[in-house]
Write a protein of this length. Structure first.
Length: 80
């Protein structure tokens, strides 16, 4: 890895369902796809994650999007 160390951290996923927020244990090197895999009550292909008004792509990492310990990302279900 170039330029950053892998860090363990917690992120919050804000959802319009019950429970409204869940906290995930992740690493800065985790891909968005692996984060989605931790959200088990909605199929992966229906999950959209948004951070800083940007739709997160499955192959990007938390570090790529500068997501830090304690940050919140927004969860939306894609009904298409």
């Amino acid at each position: 890895m170039l330029g950053f160390a892998v860090r363990q951290m917690k992120i919050h996923v804000k959802r319009m369902m019950t429970p409204p927020t869940c906290t995930l244990d992740v690493e800065s090197s985790d891909t968005i796809g692996s984060v989605k895999a931790q959200i088990r009550d909605v199929p992966l292909h229906m999950q959209l994650l948004i951070f800083a008004n940007q739709l997160l792509q499955d192959d990007g990492t938390l570090a790529d999007y500068n997501i830090q310990d304690g940050d919140s990302i927004h969860f939306v279900i894609d009904l298409k």
